[in-house]
Design a protein around this ligand. Structure first.
Ligand code: CUA
Length: 319
């Protein structure tokens, strides 16, 4: 399981896809090591033997030049490599077909759309839109449909599955499965511009009940403020430039350039895994996002300290 900040390890698989890939990796690493040791051994033997033979004056020069290693060339240079490469190719094809294995009809379908530099996450069957955080039921295959709103990105959760590119004009798909409940870090694995490194996400695998409860909460419109202070904060938010880019369902904010904020307070990170989601980081992000993630589309906001505090209280109430 990955805590926030841990580096995910693809050789510590926690899902069916990653296990296939790790198995292939170990097979190839083992074969490669054996081949390397055998070749080095033969090389050293040849050096020692020929040094000895060239000094042996009783053997005529002509005989000394005759190659006695021809069978080695046929056997060790052609036959053995052909067998090794063919078997690695076979296991590679087997891994590919295992990764593409079909899913049943009632599988959860999740659409992931890459943006510079964040991940839009939709559950079309459940009318859920969120960002940078993908909840899945543990032990069940889920279909991840991948597309991009701009350039090529690559979706990679090292402990669960291999990489899959998000290519303009083309829909790709993987089947993700986590065998152990936990939080898995995902990263963009294709250079996509200045903030490529800050394009991360989390996959949260939880049991069926927790997943259903999460989905039920996500489907709801946003929390409606029940006290004066939060209502003022909502007014500051709705009167700010935030609404030109963000949606908070249940309010007049319906733009979809930036991440959906309807349940922003329930997410663990902000700015695609860049910062932990807490009031201090949120305030820093709202005031000067270009300082934290230069080049991203969000402009700085100028407002009084009082307005910022009100808006912050409102945003952190959106669970
Ligand atoms: Cu998106 Cu790199």
């Amino acid at each position: 399981m990955t805590q926030l900040g841990d580096i995910p390890n693809s050789l510590d698989p926690k899902g069916a896809g990653a296990r296939e890939i790790a198995g292939l990796w170990w097979l190839m690493a083992t074969l490669g090591t054996i081949v390397f040791l055998v070749v080095i051994g033969l090389l050293l033997t040849a050096v020692v033997r020929n040094a000895h033979r060239n000094r042996d004056e009783t053997i005529p020069q002509l005989l000394r030049d005759i190659p006695e290693g021809r069978p080695w060339i046929w056997f060790g240079g052609i036959l053995v490599p052909a067998v090794i490469i063919a078997s690695v190719y076979f296991f590679d094809l087997r891994t590919h077909s295992a990764l593409a294995s079909a899913s049943s009809d009632n599988t959860t379908v999740i659409e992931v759309i890459g943006h510079q530099w964040w991940w839009e996450v939709r559950y079309p069957d459940q009318e859920i839109t969120t960002a940078n955080e993908i909840h899945i039921p543990v032990g069940e295959p889920v279909v991840i449909r991948l597309r991009t709103a701009d350039v090529i990105h690559s979706f990679w959760v090292p402990e669960l599955h291999g990489k899959m590119d998000l290519v303009p004009g083309q829909d790709n798909q993987i089947i993700l499965q986590a065998d152990t409940a936990g939080i898995y870090r995902g990263i963009c694995a294709e250079f996509c511009g200045r903030q490529h490194a800050k394009m991360q996400f989390l996959v949260i695998a939880e049991d069926r009940g927790e997943f259903a409860a999460w989905a039920e909460r996500e489907r709801q419109p946003s929390f409606q403020p029940d006290d004066e202070r939060l209502r003022s904060g909502q007014q500051v938010f709705l009167g700010s430039s935030c609404v030109y880019c963000h949606t908070v369902r249940g309010t007049n904010a319906t733009a979809n350039i930036g991440p959906d904020l309807t349940h922003i307070a329930s997410r663990m990170t902000i700015a695609a895994g860049t910062l932990k989601n807490n009031p201090g980081n949120m305030a820093a992000w709202i005031v000067d996002p270009q300082h934290i993630k230069p080049g991203n589309l969000m402009p700085p906001s100028s407002m009084s300290g009082e307005e910022l505090q009100l808006m912050l209280d409102y945003i952190m109430s959106l669970e």
